[in-house]
Design a protein around this ligand. Structure first.
Ligand code: HC1
Ligand code: SF4
Length: 574
């Protein structure tokens, strides 16, 4: 251990600890801006570019950045000297000197780390006048808005995109004052191999990267008398939305979500979980079909649109192994505009499907031209958990005091298997609960596959079903997905089924969730919330959902049959 003092407090920490980490252990807050420590996935944004965390170290002439300076024996550190505070203020003033001053109108107003830090440091005027940049705003994609005038070159997005996701769309180009973060050749985002995973958006401290805001489209639909506006909410939303209203991560607010959606005026309030059960019916059928008929293995899950775009771009030679299932919310849209429209006796052309998702890639997914039926998009509008919270605030709804309400039916009933879709490992666990019973014709008593749970980026297990050993793997984060795909490509893989989600931790860590500022403990707590909802359900296997059984009986016929293929399956493009 290394002994040192910080602000006169003694501490002993392991060798290799930074001053910033040691201070944190003493509950001494050193402000940071570029720093991002994703310790659960062993990734740190190391550039020390902003220098906001400078501190005084006895015997050193210059101030040192706490995030990039390792502790040493006998070190005496002060974080709170006037010199250090003045230096931080100077840095923030310099950053503000060429930053647009439109905080009141900014997408990140009250959510911006630069704004908060300026407030914390009591900045009331800016001594410097910088040349203002004018890069224009990239609104080319359905998912992400890039406004480089608000970029402070912290490089967090670059770390996420290149090191965690291994997509490498965003990186520093040009030098000195001209430096910007951009795709190569300054291409618009829509024309790059960006997967729209939104992990860059999740970590951007300012509004340089934000989601495309679709709130006004939803208000317009809700105020159009000719439209029947049907909403569905994703599994991961219910364990994170509460954070926007001061609740703990993982706190289940399913019932309050339904109430809020009714107050907002949606005609029908349904659950994407119902469609997750439907996805399991199709995906487990596909898995059993491939195992029994010597089909291509491993089967890869296909519900994550960023993952789909990743394999289309990066592994075009493997397009025949992912499941052909559409993602649950797209399946929901297809069923709502056929089966439900029929039941409601309404023209599906007048139905508007709104999906509330933890994800920014779902916006892009909904616009994919093949995810349509009879010239109607399966899903019309996607908003994120954050946008939903904004709508609740705009409408003046006091979220915390809402009473619990229940989803409409027939597309609102779900099992525990579908709820866990929202966390890494959940889709595979849900599929195994059903596949096991279908293959063995026996009841699966113990439904929890603990080896598939937890926040590790790659998890593996062998599940015995009859006399077969089924090898499965789960990956979250595209860098981990890449490792698994490389093994498949080189013939080293012996898996039967693999679940992949683009965001670390799965959908609960999605790019559209309340900002967790790199704290993946928050993501773990959200997972616990989903497992809790699973345990609370009477039915925990997708094929036991009575409304799913009815849907097949009345409308779809056989799982993985002709009608199911027409409505619930898709294909991929090089
Ligand atoms: Fe997900 Fe899914 S679980 S993709 O992670 O399969 O976004 O929550 O809605 O569609 O159900 C996201 C979450 C979500 C779909 C489902
Ligand atoms: Fe990279 Fe994902 Fe951001 Fe696209 S959305 S730039 S892939 S981190």
């Amino acid at each position: 251990l290394v002994n040192l003092t910080i602000n006169n407090k003694n501490i002993a920490v392991p060798k290799g600890t930074t001053i910033l980490e040691a201070a944190k252990a003493l509950n001494i807050k050193i402000p940071t801006l570029c720093h991002l420590d994703l310790h659960n996935i062993k990734m740190v944004n190391k550039v020390a570019s902003c220098r906001v965390c400078v501190v005084e170290v006895e015997g050193k002439k210059n101030l040192l950045p706490a995030c990039a300076t390792l502790v040493s024996e006998g070190m005496i550190v002060r974080t709170d000297t006037l010199r250090a505070i003045k230096a931080r203020r100077n840095i923030i003033e310099l950053l503000l000197s060429n930053h647009p001053q439109d905080c009141l109108l900014c997408e990140k107003n009250t959510d911006c780390e630069l704004q908060s830090l300026a407030a914390e440091l009591g900045i009331r005027e800016i001594k410097y006048k910088g040349a203002s940049s004018n890069h224009g705003i990239d609104k080319s994609s359905y998912s992400i808005v890039k406004n480089l005038d608000k970029c402070i070159l912290c490089r967090r997005c670059e770390t996420m995109c290149s090191e965690v996701q291994t997509v490498s769309v965003l990186s520093g180009v040009d030098r000195g004052f001209e430096t910007i973060i951009s795709p190569s050749f300054y291409n618009p985002m829509h024309e790059t191999s960006c997967t729209f995973c939104g992990q860059c958006v999740a970590v951007c401290p300012t509004a340089a990267l934000t989601e495309v805001n679709n709130i006004s489209k939803v208000w317009d639909a809700l105020n159009d008398d000719k439209k029947i506006v049907i909403v569905q909410t994703a599994p991961a939303v219910r364990v994170a939305l509460g954070e926007e209203f001061g609740m703990q991560p993982g706190e289940l607010v399913t019932g309050k979500i339904v109430s809020a959606l009714r107050s907002l005026g949606f005609n029908k309030v349904f659950d994407t979980d119902f469609a997750a059960d439907l996805t399991i019916m199709e995906e487990a059928s596909e898995l059993v079909y491939r195992i029994k008929n010597g089909g291509k293995l491993p089967i890869l899950t296909s519900c994550c649109p960023a993952w789909v775009k990743f394999f289309e771009h990066q592994f075009p030679e493997l397009l025949d192994i992912p499941s052909s299932c559409k993602s649950p919310h797209e399946m929901f849209g297809a069923i709502a505009k056929t089966y439900l429209a029929d039941k409601m006796k309404v023209n599906p052309k007048n139905i508007v499907i709104v999906s509330i998702m933890p994800c920014v890639a779902k916006k892009y997914e909904a616009a994919r031209p093949e995810l349509t039926h009879e010239d109607m998009k399966d899903v019309d509008i996607v908003i994120t958990t954050r946008e939903f919270a904004k709508m609740i605030r705009e409408a003046g709804i006091d979220f915390n005091s809402l009473k619990d309400d229940v989803f409409d039916n027939p597309l609102g009933e779900s099992t525990g298997a579908s709820v866990i879709f929202g966390t890494t490992g959940g889709v595979l666990e849900a599929a195994l609960r059903t596949a096991y019973e279908w293959i063995t014709h026996e009841t699966l008593e113990s439904v929890e596959f603990n080896e598939l749970r937890g926040m590790d980026g790659i998890k593996e297990a062998t599940i015995k079903i009859n006399d077969m050993n089924i090898n499965v793997a789960v990956a979250s984060g595209l860098g981990n997905a890449r490792k698994i795909l490389e093994d498949i490509k080189s013939g080293k893989s012996n898996y039967h089924a693999i679940e992949i989600m683009a965001c670390p931790g799965g959908c609960i860590g999605g790019g559209g969730q309340p900002y967790h500022h790199g704290n993946l403990e928050i993501v773990s707590k959200r997972a616990e919330g989903l497992y809790k909802e699973d345990r609370s359900k009477n039915l925990r296997k997708s094929h036991e959902n009575p409304y799913i059984q009815k849907l097949y009986k009345e409308f779809l016929g056989e799982p993985y049959g002709k009608k199911a293929h027409e409505l619930l399956h898709t294909h991929y493009f090089k």
